[in-house]
Design a protein around this ligand. Sequence first.
Ligand SMILES: NC(=O)c1ccc[n+]([C@@H]2O[C@H](COP(=O)([O-])OP(=O)(O)OC[C@H]3O[C@@H](n4cnc5c(N)ncnc54)[C@H](O)[C@@H]3O)[C@@H](O)[C@H]2O)c1
Ligand SMILES: [Zn+2]
Length: 707
Amino acid sequence: MEENKQTLLEEVLQLSSRLREYQKAYYVDNHPLVSDLEYDRFFDRLSNLEKEYPEFRFPDSPTQRVGSDLSSDFPEVVHSIPVLSLDKAYSNEAVLSWVAKSQQKMRQGLSYVIEEKIDGISMVLYYEKGLLVKAVTRGNGTVGNDVTANVKTIASIPLRLPHPDTLAVRGEVYLQKADFLKLNKSMEIPYANPRNLAAGTIRRIKSSEVAKVPLQMFVYEGFWEEGLPLDDHVMILSKLKEYGFRINPTIGLFCKTKEEAQKRLKEASLEGFGGSFSDIPSYIQARTDGRNALLYEIDGLVAKVNELAIREQFGYTSHHPRWAIAYKFESPQATTVVQKIDIQVGRTGRVTPVARVKPVLIGGSTVSNVTLHNQDYIDMLELAIGDTVEISKRGDVIPAVERVIEKNENGEAVWKMQDTCPSCQKLLVKNGAHTFCPNPLCPDQVKGRVAFFIGKAQMDIESFGPETASALLEKGLLKDVDDIYTIDYRKVLSDTPGFGVKKIEAIIEGVEKSKEQPFRRVLVSLGISEFGKKAADLLVSSGITSMDELLTIARNEDIERLVAIKQMGEKTARLLVDSLNDPSMQRRIEALRKAGLCFEESGNKDTGLEQVFAGQVWCVTGSFDHFNPRDLALEEIEKRGGRTVSSITGKTTHLLAGSGAGSKLTKAENLSVHIVNEEAFLDLIAEKQSRVKKELSKEELQGEFSF
Ligand SMILES: NC(=O)c1ccc[n+]([C@@H]2O[C@H](COP(=O)([O-])OP(=O)(O)OC[C@H]3O[C@@H](n4cnc5c(N)ncnc54)[C@H](O)[C@@H]3O)[C@@H](O)[C@H]2O)c1
Ligand SMILES: [Zn+2]
């Protein structure tokens, strides 16, 4: 072989083995070694070489098969449908040129669907005679892992279909951005993005652990064993929706004319955008621009030929169908240098290392601080000061260090946290993967507690800013949040630079006013970990309406009483009881009681709403203009005394149905549940509000004449 070709062959072999290594780290370990962009570059280089030199295309090349996520922890199952990957394009133009080319190939009868490319894990659901029998990962495209028990924990996946069909359904299992952020906080070694966390969850051995993670699934393909008379993608989606699956409502259908597209969507009872071919470029642009506003992550868009007959004519490679193309967004990533690692002490004493990086622009914003979570995370990255790292910031998820690209040349070793607190110099202690400062009087902890206490969602004392806290801390007057209520501000601040009479009076007024905050806010402001607004609401609506009741429960270690509250986890309950029994917390509580804070919930007076939904059981489905997220509608119902449930049963009295309401609507109709649309619901709550007002004024009137 000539020398040049020999070198190329070596490159091919090297690329193949490298890609295989990256695939294992990505698909099986869920901790990628390189960025997607870099992976794609290697992949493209290999495919191009193989195209040029077909003799170098080996049957086991990574380009010839779907990247494998097989693991030995789960039984292997042979797929009854080919589970392929997608061909990729990296620009808007490349997609448009694919559309143009396919139109040349097939002059007539062609339409396109454009869907969001959900960044999750590929899953195939197998139904036999209407029953879910298996859920299988994509694996290598031919063989996947059986993860049925884990997938069954995803509430939106129907276990039984309304018809005894035998079919395979493909879709993507994913985790919403907000859920990811919340879960990742309590992770010993956090994940860099929602996809990795979702993939790690689906491979957990214990399904009870999986059930704690709110995974979701969108489905996008259905393969019936006995071909149903469905001849395009849109009708398949329509059928899947009718069967109770979640279909991503954000789809675009593009036909010769806009009218035709809209008509076909309507016939399929699908939401989405209908347009003509000339609308494709602006649609792609709009979806690309709008990606950050989504509740979940997408890593691109997928354009597909809509007609099934034409799909067959286009055919397949062993890696992807020729009738679809994925437009992959450039993922917001950048490389920079870690200049310093600081440690921050939070209000609970938890110590978090933060990388100070050379400022770098990612996805439109400058990043200079990146959390490193804990020592274990740093050890996993093998990160040292001076290293060049890759940072990602996907959507509105906080920036993460994904990996080290280049080690520093100064001989700096992997960074190790010091043993003492940078704020109070006390010896730090380890608890699990996290490190804590054990000193409740630690200035940084006090600062953190005060900042939380006065925060908008807690006591909301706007006039008491961080500079006030710093000034008081410096004078040694602020040792805990209760000092806020005993300090003589006029006396101690009047000769402090930056504190004029007006400012001081505003502080005093703000502090005084905060005493009116309701009990549930006071509870949250204590800063008990994992005890936020939702937990406080649950507690109060379960009938625990005063601090004394709660303290008694804590004293008796009555965890049972707490976990009897629906949605209250054992961990939250335990943390709550332990914190309340802590002597410094008890001192704080007693001091706040003395200060005159609200220690009792004052009935429903604070909402001022008539309990018009009392005794009713509401289910809410679909999407709404005024209640986005949907939880807002649930809140309105609960505030007015209604109970809310997530599925329709014989006990459900009302269904609030938004647009895109699917199987629940049918079920509600069958069970003669009252169906209320958004407009009627708005009327209902507005009408009740004004009626409450009217009744109030009647009372006031009566008051005038009753003496
Ligand atoms: N960083 C790494 O080390 C590394 C390693 C391997 C793979 N990767 C990444 O994974 C990609 C290759 O993986 P791939 O071949 O699985 O491709 P892919 O995951 O980028 O695209 C194919 C997948 O998209 C999913 N999908 C989401 N929404 C869809 C929709 N509406 N319709 C159809 N499919 C939809 C399907 O699960 C399908 O399998 C690479 O391009 C790279 O970005 C990265
Ligand atoms: Zn400290």
